[in-house]
Write a protein that binds this ligand. Structure first.
Ligand SMILES: Nc1ncnc2c1ncn2[C@@H]1O[C@H](COP(=O)(O)OP(=O)(O)O)[C@@H](O)[C@H]1O
Ligand SMILES: O=C(O)C1=C[C@@H](OP(=O)(O)O)[C@@H](O)[C@H](O)C1
Ligand SMILES: [Mg+2]
Length: 172
């Protein structure tokens, strides 16, 4: 398998953190969640960073995190945050240095999963969540496609099925 650096990309709540962890287990590789990496390096939660420092500061931490998270030719699985593709510099790094797996989910799937999930996404903690999902997804979809080496439609797949599609593709 050639794919040393594997990154999961996709919209918030598409399953990057969950699938990434399981995929890393299957591949017996280290797993890093970029959001968790930022939280442990700053000692703040993601919502704290957004509320006390602002989104721009978070994007800076995210950019630094993406470039510093791996050294050399270490094999790794990385779960990115859904907004990583909003920065052109990140898209360049992802295209150049990472095999990117895009977990593609429809807005209804995102909404359903957000309701079941305890993790707060500051950009979706708004009055009209449906509209926020649609507009952000509209903005970002092209960027996910731009960096993707392989896309999985996750709407009707359970987590193990998503993982197994990715593994099949990696082994192809
Ligand atoms: N394929 C799936 N089927 C059902 N629930 C899922 C699936 N993938 C993820 N989830 C659930 O959706 C929520 C968001 O997943 P998460 O991995 O945190 O997404 P992301 O990191 O992309 O924001 C979690 O509660 C997770 O258990
Ligand atoms: O899409 C985004 O802009 C964000 C996604 C989140 O990660 P998940 O995609 O893992 O929810 C987290 O990085 C932050 O709340 C911002
Ligand atoms: Mg996540």
């Amino acid at each position: 398998m050639q794919h040393q650096r594997i990154a999961l990309v996709g919209f918030m709540a598409s399953g990057k953190s969950t699938v990434g962890k399981s995929l890393a287990n299957h591949l017996q590789r280290p797993f890093i969640d970029l959001d968790k990496h930022i939280e442990s390096s700053t000692g703040k939660t993601i919502p704290d960073i957004f509320s006390s420092l602002g989104e721009e500061a978070f994007r800076q931490l995210e950019r630094n995190g993406l470039t510093n998270v791996v050294r050399g030719d270490e094999s790794i699985v990385l779960a990115t945050g859904g907004g990583v593709v909003t920065q052109a510099a990140n898209r360049d790094v992802l295209k150049r240095e990472w095999t990117c797996i895009y977990l593609r989910a429809r807005p209804e799937t995102i909404r359903r999963r957000l309701q079941q999930d305890g993790v707060v996404r500051p950009l979706l903690a708004v009055d009209n969540q449906t509209e926020a999902i649609r507009s952000l997804m509209g903005l970002r979809e092209t960027w996910y496609n731009e960096v993707a080496d392989f896309t999985v439609d996750v709407d009707s797949l359970e987590i193990p099925a998503v993982v197994s599609q990715v593994i099949d593709w990696l082994n192809d």
